[in-house]
Design a protein around this ligand. Structure first.
Ligand code: ACO
Length: 441
């Protein structure tokens, strides 16, 4: 793992884990923050130490969309800022496969083996299945044998929600390393005949490794919000328990994204600024202290309206890459973070904000005191080979476990005699009573 650097001005952490602001402005709001923020375990901090992203190769430009729906490049650019997006054209490319590549890169940057990861949080609106969780498929492919894994559903705010969960686990002392992933194949749930939505979205995945450290800094404060009364403004109506999939739901396109763009726009511009203010205050920062904002990449006008106009943070401190990728939902912030690092926009000592919004409706922000060195040292051939070997071993182990399960399935089960003679009706379930916990129905 890269050595996380001490901040030269970092003093003893105040009760919410924030590094006190140099001008002492924290005192007025300290009381409020003490009750507002989660108090960290003393001397324990959550830092991002690894990062990676992956997008599908296929690019769809605005000109390509002109061939599909009644739109044009000028309208899309001026109303959204988007010029092109990557889509998973190969059916073998899925939310899990994109995420696995991104997660491996994050582990490589951090130089941490997969078996050290304690928890995998996969934020996604396009999971592989309703269940099992996509996070579990990622866990299997990484060979992260010591990790818990779950999916997180908070739409485009999901990645920041995931960071907040990771921070909580680390500060509580329950985890040392948490992988937080945002991954999407939105092209699979977008109606390619609906010009209101199909121009907006793209596919991709981004991942970060969050690690426990004694060095003050890292993820200092978080703000999570929701307003379910606006759930119908951005929704995939069918496929869940409210409207299970049927011929009718499919023929009427109810399994596609439906959106009231104007309502989402109004909501987004309101919450982005408010949530950013909250996390800055909780961290003891002002907007003047911010070195870099990585906002959810949905629409350039939303970013301009909220971050630039309302918060008065200058454009050079706001990283935007939506021109190339469109809105990749949960993946947009981690992809933008990776590209900001590649572009030299992030350095140790920088005060950083991630802020997003999405369906739910949800919003989320976090403020970081970035301490991790960002220059990447190319891994030696031996390390790369060893890493590749561990992934091959993980694949072999997974196959072996499946084979063992298959053998158990086909062999006669000594505990349920008769099962194989009359498989349709099946034997009575052999339920063992144990301390009243298992109750026969
Ligand atoms: N090409 C050309 N014209 C279009 C297109 C298009 N692709 N889409 C709409 N129009 C037309 C409309 O029909 C309308 O025409 P009319 O005036 O004749 O009725 C006109 O353009 C203006 O349409 P508006 O909907 O008013 O356009 P607006 O400026 O609101 O922009 C947009 C629409 C881009 C969708 C904007 O509202 C927006 O970005 N909203 C937020 C959406 C968002 O971020 N969603 C993702 C949330 S994150 C998540 O959880 C997935």
């Amino acid at each position: 793992m890269p050595e996380i650097k001490q901040t030269p001005t970092a003093s003893e952490p105040i009760s919410n884990g924030a590094t006190p602001h140099a001008n002492g402005a924290e005192s007025a709001t300290l009381k409020e923050r003490q009750t507002d923020a989660i108090p960290p375990q003393r001397g324990r901090y959550a830092h991002i130490v690894g990062w990676g992203y992956h997008v599908p190769e296929k690019v769809i430009t605005n000109q390509d969309l002109e061939q599909i729906v009644d739109t044009n490049d000028e309208w899309i650019r001026s109303r959204t800022g988007i010029a092109e997006r990557h889509v998973a054209a190969d059916p073998k490319e899925t939310s899990a496969t994109l995420a696995i590549v991104a997660a491996r890169k994050a582990l490589e940057v951090a130089d941490v083996p997969a078996n050290k990861v304690d928890l995998i949080i996969c934020a996604t609106t396009t999971p592989e299945y309703l269940f099992p969780a996509t996070a579990c498929l990622i866990q299997d492919a990484l060979g992260a044998d010591n990790a818990g894994a779950f999916d997180l559903s908070a739409a485009c705010s999901g990645f920041v929600y995931g960071l907040a969960m990771a921070r909580g686990q680390i500060l509580a002392g329950d985890a040392e390393y948490v992988l937080v992933i945002g991954t999407e194949t939105l092209s699979r749930i977008v109606d390619w005949t609906d010009r209101d939505t199909c121009i907006l979205f793209g596919d991709g995945a981004g991942a970060v490794l969050v690690a426990a450290s004694e060095v003050p800094g890292g993820i200092l404060s978080v703000d999570l919000g929701s307003d379910g009364s606006g759930g119908n403004t951005l929704i995939v109506p069918a496929g869940g328990s409210a409207m299970s999939t049927s011929l009718e739901t499919v023929s009427s396109g109810m399994h596609y994204v439906k959106m009231d763009g104007k309502a989402v726009f109004r909501f987004a511009t309101r919450v982005m600024a408010a949530s950013t203010r909250k996390v800055l205050e909780r961290a003891g920062y002002t907007t003047d202290d911010v070195d870099l904002v990585v906002p959810h990449q949905a629409n350039i006008r939303i970013i301009q309206n909220s971050v630039l106009n309302q918060l008065k943070i200058p454009a050079e401190k706001v990283f935007v890459n939506l021109e190339k990728y469109g809105n990749t939902s949960t993946a947009s912030i981690p992809i933008a973070l990776c590209e900001a690092i590649e572009a030299g926009k992030l350095k140790p000592g920088y005060k950083v904000v991630f802020v997003g919004f999405g369906a739910g409706l949800t919003w989320a922000a976090c403020a970081l005191d970035w301490r991790t060195p960002v220059e990447r040292q190319a891994a030696g051939w031996w390390k790369s080979t060893r890493r590749q070997a561990t992934y091959s071993a993980a694949a072999a182990r997974s196959m072996w476990k499946r084979a063992v399960r298959w053998v158990y399935d086909v062999l006669p089960d000594p505990e349920t005699p008769g099962r194989d003679e009359n498989p349709k009706e099946g034997p009575e379930m052999p339920i063992k009573e144990s301390g009243g916990e298992r109750i026969k129905e």
